[in-house]
Each structure stands twice: as structure tokens, then as C-alpha cells.
Ligand binder design. Structure first.
Ligand code: HEC
Ligand code: HEC
Length: 251
């Protein structure tokens, strides 16, 4: 296991513990649903969310912005209820995310931590420079988005808390394309069935155009970080300027 850079001295221990002990946790949708319900009932503690986020920052960065190449998604600014559902799904193996799975186990995140880290992420400002698509087919993308997606994800991709519809505005283009394909292929077993059926009718051109359009939907100004912003909660984070992707190169 090679970690290109780490946040705090305690993390390697956590890493090893997490990787060497694949714990049997909630393994089906029903237990994930129960966990979501429990986490939603907890009163979120943002201070504890910050503590719980420390280990996540290794990949998602202290700002929660992930990478413009889309390997790591932006998770800052996401609706709290959506993050809770995704974390419960990741640890119930309803999503195939081998890189992240060890970090979603109970060793790392209690139900309270899930509630807290989701609240912490919701209040983080979003990246002003997410990864965009080629920009060559935006009219087509806009037309398809308005016709097929806006009803659920919102005109501006802002999502809906109550329905746990993800906010998708300002997300990295390549992450969006990958998730869309995986949802269509059934790799995300937590997905919305109506959306899965819809996706199967799109061509590659359609998907690229829609996601390009989505990646350019700007979050409102009050949700965006100012240029050059760095998360002051993690002043000791070591950044490697020459390194952009695959921070954890072997696991
Ligand atoms: C070892 C790297 C790594 C660590 C550490 C990590 N993640 Fe992730 N995370 C990923 C990757 C890679 C994905 C994208 C998976 C995919 O493509 O489906 C992801 C996806 C997610 C998603 C889903 C986002 C979406 O748009 O649906 C959430 C939420 C998330 N991570 C939160 C966290 C939290 C909270 C922590 C800390 C407890 C954490 N991650 C730790 C690598 C990591
Ligand atoms: C019937 C409602 C519905 C429609 C229509 C719909 N979606 Fe979704 N979408 C969802 C829900 C619900 C989820 C979250 C599923 C889950 O829990 O993982 C989702 C997830 C996603 C994700 C993954 C987000 C993430 O952060 O991982 C993307 C990207 C996405 N939708 C894009 C689209 C696009 C583009 C369209 C139009 C072509 C579309 N969706 C149409 C309901 C819908």
C-alpha cells in the first residue's frame, strides 16, 4: 500500500486496520435503508463531522472538491440527506467503490459520524473550477437535460433534499459520465429505477452532451468558494503540487 500523501500521523494506522479487517456490515438494501433512517434522526454535529472528515480528505481533499479529472468526485455542497444515503449504500456494497469501501466501514464511521460528516460537507463551499466537458454540443445537452432530467434533479441541477435527489450542478464532467454509465449498467444497485430505464435509450453522444451541460450548471454564488480558497479546518494538510490523480496508488 503506497500513500502518496497523508493528512495526519494517525491515518496509516486507520488505513491498515480498515484494509485488513473487512467487516461484515449491512449487506443489503434493507439494512442500508434502516441506517439512512437512523442517521437522519440524529442531530448533526458539524464539529464531529470535521473530525470524521479527516480521513476522507486524503482522497476528496480538505475542500471536498475531489479532482477535475473526475476520479474523485466533488462532495462539498451536496445535500446532507443525499450524502447520508450514498454512504450507507457504499458500505452496504450497493455501489461498487473498492477504493473507498474500507473508509465507509463501521471502524471509521459510526451512524452518528455519517450524520455529522454529511452535515459538515453540506456547508463546505463548492469548487469554482470543476472539470468540464468539451463544450461542443451544449445545445443538444441542454435540450435533453430539460426534457429528461430537470424534473427530478431540478432546472439547475440543484437536487431535492426531501426526495434524496442528488445535487449534480458543478460536478466534474468525467465523474458524471462514469456514474451515468454505471447507473445504466446496473453497477449502482441503489439507483432510481425510472432513471435506469431512461438511460438505456441514450447514445454516447447524448450522454456526453447532457453531462457537459450539467457540469456547466453553476451553483448559486453563495454556494461557491472564492478563488484560491483553502479549507482552514485542515491547516496541516500536505499538498503535492505535481500530483493530481491516484493519490492512493496501490491498495
Ligand atoms: C481512498 C480514497 C477515498 C477515501 C479515503 C474516501 N473516499 Fe469517498 N470516494 C472515493 C471514490 C474513488 C469515489 C467515487 C466512487 C465511484 O466512482 O463510484 C468516492 C465517492 C464518495 C461519495 C459519493 C459521491 C456521489 O456523488 O455520489 C461520497 C458521499 C463520499 N465518497 C464520501 C466520503 C467520505 C465521507 C469519506 C470519509 C469517511 C470518504 N469518502 C473517503 C474515494 C475515497
Ligand atoms: C425519476 C427521477 C430521475 C430522473 C428522471 C433522473 N434522475 Fe438522476 N438520479 C435520481 C436519483 C434518485 C439519484 C440517486 C440514486 C441513488 O440513490 O444513488 C440519481 C442519481 C444521478 C446521478 C449520480 C449523482 C452522484 O452524485 O453520484 C447522476 C449523475 C444523475 N442522476 C444524472 C441524471 C441525468 C443527467 C438525468 C437525465 C438524463 C437523470 N439523472 C434523470 C433520479 C432521477
Amino acid at each position: 500500500m503506497i500513500i502518496r500523501y497523508i493528512l495526519a500521523s494517525s491515518i496509516p494506522v486507520v488505513f491498515v486496520a480498515a484494509l485488513s479487517s473487512p467487516v461484515a456490515l449491512a449487506t443489503d438494501s434493507e439494512s442500508a435503508r434502516q441506517e439512512v433512517a437512523q442517521a437522519l434522526q440524529r442531530t448533526p454535529n458539524v464539529e464531529n463531522g470535521k473530525r470524521a472528515y479527516k480521513v476522507c480528505a486524503v482522497c476528496h481533499l480538505p475542500e471536498g472538491w475531489g479532482g477535475e479529472d473526475g476520479y474523485y468526485p466533488q462532495i462539498a455542497g451536496q445535500i446532507r440527506q443525499v450524502t447520508i444515503k450514498q454512504l450507507a449504500d457504499i458500505r452496504a456494497r450497493n455501489r461498487d467503490t473498492p477504493t473507498m469501501f474500507p473508509f465507509a466501514t463501521l471502524y471509521i464511521l459510526s451512524v452518528q459520524d455519517i450524520a455529522d460528516v454529511a452535515a459538515y460537507l453540506e456547508q463546505l463551499p463548492m469548487s469554482p473550477h470543476n472539470g468540464l466537458g468539451p463544450g461542443t454540443d451544449l445545445e443538444h445537452g441542454k435540450r435533453l437535460y430539460k426534457k429528461y432530467c430537470a424534473e427530478c434533479h431540478g432546472e439547475k441541477g440543484e437536487g431535492y433534499a426531501k426526495e434524496k435527489m442528488p445535487l449534480i450542478q458543478g460536478q466534474h464532467y468525467r465523474y458524471l459520465v462514469r456514474q451515468f454509465e454505471w447507473i445504466g449498467d446496473g453497477k449502482r444497485r441503489n439507483a432510481d429505477q425510472e432513471m435506469v430505464e431512461q438511460i438505456q435509450g441514450f447514445s454516447k453522444r447524448d450522454v456526453s452532451a447532457i453531462m457537459d451541460y450539467v457540469s456547466r450548471l453553476r451553483p448559486p454564488l453563495q454556494k461557491l468558494a472564492s478563488p484560491g480558497w483553502r479549507n482552514p479546518d485542515f491547516p496541516k494538510f500536505v499538498r503535492d503540487p505535481g500530483f493530481s490523480m491516484g493519490r492512493v496508488s496501490q491498495m
